[in-house]
Design a protein around this ligand. Sequence first.
Ligand SMILES: [Zn+2]
Length: 88
Amino acid sequence: MSDPFEVKKSGYGWAVFDRRTRNKVSPQVSSLRAAEDFCRDLNREARRRLRPCLCCGSPFLSEGPHNRMCDRCRRGADPFDRRQGLSA
Ligand SMILES: [Zn+2]
């Protein structure tokens, strides 16, 4: 699973590139660290997408591929939720 953005050398500095289009998406900076910070933010944004919930189908803001159910369904699917067990 690769991130859509990566830091590469650009001239005498560093910049963030889109892996798919190979376009430079940040200004060239002299600090590798600054470029990496920017890259991390872009990758985080790219992973946060509005996805339909696997369970009920309503769209929600997913944090990533591991996150495919909305909050309500995740709570409902929680094995430690004892709402049903209490009355037994
Ligand atoms: Zn749901």
